[in-house]
Write a protein that binds this ligand. Structure first.
Ligand SMILES: Cc1cc2nc3c(=O)[nH]c(=O)nc-3n(C[C@H](O)[C@H](O)[C@H](O)COP(=O)(O)OP(=O)(O)OC[C@H]3O[C@@H](n4cnc5c(N)ncnc54)[C@H](O)[C@@H]3O)c2cc1C
Length: 464
């Protein structure tokens, strides 16, 4: 079952301070540069290129030290997220990657000054590694979604509650504001994500799974690991007995400016649940059980000798890592088109446009790098069938790509591997050294991994 598109990317309607309903900025409308320039921020939606990601990193670096530590929790409101880096869309698709962000930041700040920022980047790596060690979790969560949605829509009251929550039409105006911001811009501040998820689960009493699905289809940085596990963390399913409660006090402390002197009643804060409750675990024990990572070849592996026996290799560019290049020169370049993020509905236009443009940027960069050598390069990103066809036409014996962590692309590659094998073409993935270094430590809580950050940084420096 697929969610009707009208529910998936509903246009935002806001309830104004006077209770009137007012139409918000249409989807895809660009905020003016002026909205951002007051805080020295980039134009939005972000341009999906590595060049822009690097420029944004460069522009943010001076704020990544003590300023970030002091102000990072403040949600100033839509278009005014000047205290955080807004690098997540770039990191999500590795237009820029974690190790280069960390090394550039530490090039300008001491480790202690930039500790908080660096730690947040490691949170991303923690979630990726943790999910990778529960390979069955994400596919099982995806499998359960259609039945959960059907159950929600069966009952009139529950259906209305869900529709209100994804249409910015609940009785909690502040929640509606975050919902509009998410739909209109494809971004929410980290604290707004926590408050939104907490209110969704504990006040509106909606299934966390449907909230996570709504997020992943609307966040430009929507990520199977950070998003699914972020929601489970808020719900109290990641760390037993630890759930996150959005309180009026905390919201007032961290979002003071965006609340603009409005009362709890006007914002709907008087309606927030006073406490959390224990949620049932829907996932099977097997899905939650730790599994070993199936380590692919390291990124530095030299396949030159191997290739002499194995013929022609094409580089496959995927949305999971748009800056990785193999150490050996391939004999061609091809890209896989964007993977649907959800089994329920399509992603928002903002997300779709960003991902498609990002893949295109990755393909163009690789093409211009290798085209000088006269290699065949596909002109656009291809779907599965066209990809197999291109590889056969170009007489490739093998494709190599950056390791795709658990998520839709990984599942597609799993199926592709079989289709390719039928044509005598093998698929090889190589894993970045950074992931190989950190992921094994993402098997318990973040604290265990966090303790090792200085050690990771030492090793990363040694490798530079
Ligand atoms: C319910 C919920 C859902 C979330 N869904 C996503 C998601 O789909 N994709 C996503 O990238 N992040 C997700 N996050 C984490 C976090 O909110 C975003 O990474 C962050 O807000 C992105 O903004 P930024 O780039 O300005 O972050 P900054 O504060 O500038 O941090 C720099 C980078 O560190 C990483 N990071 C920062 N905070 C976190 C965090 N708490 N967890 C994991 N990584 C972090 C991001 O890659 C981010 O770009 C979610 C958090 C919650 C609570």
């Amino acid at each position: 079952m697929r969610l009707p598109r009208s529910l998936g990317i509903v246009r935002a309607i806001n309830v104004g301070n006077d209770g009137s309903r007012m139409q918000q900025m249409p989807l895809g409308t660009k905020e003016t540069a002026g909205d951002w320039s007051t805080l020295g921020q980039p134009a939005w939606p972000p341009q999906a290129t590595r060049a822009q990601g690097l420029q944004q990193l460069d522009a943010f670096i001076s704020k990544a030290g003590r300023a970030y530590q002091t102000h990072r929790n403040t949600d100033l409101g839509s278009g005014r997220h000047g205290h955080v880096s807004l690098l997540s869309p770039y990191l999500r698709h590795r237009l820029v990657d974690e190790s280069e962000v960390i090394s550039q930041v530490l090039g300008q700040h001491s480790q202690s000054e930039a500790f908080k920022f660096v730690q947040e980047v490691f949170w991303r790596t923690y979630w990726k590694g943790w999910l990778e060690q529960r390979r069955l979790l994400w596919p099982e969560y995806q499998q359960q979604l259609p039945a959960l949605l059907q159950q929600q829509l069966q009952n009139r009251r529950q259906s209305a509650d869900y529709t209100a929550a994804i249409s910015a039409a609940t009785q909690i105006p502040l929640f509606n504001e975050w919902c509009e911001e998410l739909i209109n811009t494809g971004y929410l501040h980290n604290h707004a994500r926590m408050w939104f998820a907490s209110i969704w689960i504990f006040t509106l009493k909606l299934p966390w799974q449907l909230g996570a699905d709504f997020f992943v289809r609307h966040l430009i940085d929507g990520d199977p690991a950070s998003n699914t596990l972020g929601w489970r963390w808020v719900a109290g399913l990641h760390t037993a007995g630890k759930s996150y409660l959005a309180t009026p006090k905390n919201i007032r402390t961290c979002a003071q400016e965006r609340l603009a002197g409005r009362s709890d009643h006007e914002l709907g804060l008087n309606k927030l649940a006073p406490s959390t409750f224990n949620l049932p675990e829907h996932l099977s024990a097997k899905a939650l059980q730790k599994t070993d990572i199936r380590w692919p070849a390291p990124e530095s592996a030299d396949f030159a000798g191997y290739r002499a026996n194995h013929g022609r290799t094409a580089l496959l560019v995927t949305e999971e890592d748009l800056s990785w290049m193999p150490s050996e020169t391939p004999q061609g370049v091809v890209a896989l088109n964007a993977s649907p993020r959800s089994v329920l509905a399509s992603s928002s236009d903002i997300v779709t446009q960003f991902v498609e443009a990002a893949i295109d940027d990755g393909l163009q960069r690789m093409t211009s790098h290798y085209a000088a050598e006269g290699l065949p390069c596909a002109e656009t990103a291809l779907d599965d069938d066209a990809l197999v066809h291109w590889l056969v036409e170009e007489r490739m014996d093998e494709v190599v790509c950056a390791f795709a962590p658990m998520g839709p692309t990984r599942l597609r590659l799993r199926a592709l591997r079989q289709s390719l094998a039928c044509k005598g073409i093998s698929l090889r993935m190589q894993m970045r050294d950074y992931d190989r270094l950190v992921w094994p430590h993402a098997n318990r809580g973040f604290f265990q991994l966090g303790k090792r950050i200085p050690e990771f940084l030492d090793i990363m420096r040694g490798g530079q």
